[in-house]
Design a protein around this ligand. Structure first.
Ligand code: GDP
Length: 288
């Protein structure tokens, strides 16, 4: 679903996360493995503060596995444990409890040495809309406690979900907003289905996708749309794909909106293979 993030709405979301932070030992931050930076909240460090954190690169089944490993190293270099998971299929989820225990070992050892009774780790899940928060909670709970999809404005009593004996999870995730002011980030969010394409111009999103494919996965682009060569010119690119896919108007001219929809849908549905849109090289060149 799409959420309009007005300043008031953001402040409220932030307040809700901050309130719940007090109840937990650790924050499980979900990001989309295809866009590990673009799917993060721009103020995440500030919101979470000193609270220990585990990052999950979710939807790893749709991301480029080589890039996913690079991103895990990137987080690790910053002292943040990151795991690649697939909340839908369940892959990687078995490591969550152990990672949380490792991260919190000192704190729990300290509690034990002070004679406090051992208890389960308390955690909450945070992330932007559509990153897979509800899917993960349902999967970990092994029954449908959290509904899939978000219901803004509905508050209910806090419930804890037991994940084995060692972890307890708040049943409602913290919803954060993405970095939508940045246009590039907007395109990436649209191509991964995090935001609806009605927010941005359809043809701009598709063009961004085409250019990305051309730069990083040209062979897949050629194969998917049976192109001998990728034309240089923007219109010619759309014409080539539109003609191959039969996106034509009455007079036989290419329908650019329809062509754009096809391209966006193909990318979102992984028809061009698993892909990662955020590149470590991009931040490195920004930092230089
Ligand atoms: P939320 O808004 O963060 O709670 O996101 P949802 O849990 O509603 O998930 C959004 C969409 O992503 C749903 O269609 C899920 O089925 C899908 N999804 C969630 N996790 C994964 C995953 O690991 N892999 C894939 N392929 N799809 C996923």
């Amino acid at each position: 679903m799409t959420i309009q993030w007005f300043p008031g709405h953001m402040a409220k979301a932030r307040r809700q996360v901050t309130e719940k932070l007090k109840l937990v030992d650790i924050v499980i931050e979900l990001v989309d493995a295809r866009i590990p930076l673009s799917s993060r909240n721009p103020m995440i460090e500030e919101i979470i503060g000193q609270k220990p954190r585990l990052v999950l690169l979710n939807k790893a089944d749709m991301a480029d596995p080589v890039k996913t490993n690079q991103w895990i190293s990137y987080f690790e270099e910053q002292g943040i444990t990151a795991l690649a998971v697939n909340a839908q299929g369940g892959k990687g989820l078995h490591s969550i409890v152990q990672s949380a225990k490792d991260i919190l070992k000192e704190k729990f050892d300290r509690m034990k040495s002070r004679g406090m009774r051992p208890r389960a780790i308390r955690a909450m899940i945070v992330g932007i809309p559509n990153v897979g928060k509800s899917t993960l909670i349902n999967r970990l709970a092994k029954k449908n406690i959290a509904k899939t999809g978000n219901t803004p404005g509905v508050t209910k009593a806090q419930q804890w979900i037991k994940v084995g004996k060692e972890l307890e999870l708040l049943d409602t995730p913290g919803i954060l907003w993405p970095k939508f002011e940045d246009q590039q980030v907007g395109y990436k969010l649209a191509l991964t289905g995090a935001i609806k394409d009605t927010i941005l111009n359809l043809q701009d999103i598709a063009l961004y996708g085409l250019r990305f494919l051309e730069a990083h996965y040209p062979e897949r682009l050629k194969e998917r749309y049976s192109l001998e060569e990728i034309p240089d010119e923007v219109i010619a690119k759309f014409d080539a794909v539109g003609k191959k896919r039969g996106c034509l108007m009455g007079g036989g001219e290419v329908d650019y909106d329809k062509t754009s929809e096809v391209i966006i849908r193909d990318i979102r549905n992984v028809q061009l293979g698993p892909m990662t849109f955020d590149m470590i090289e991009e931040i490195e060149s920004e930092e230089e």
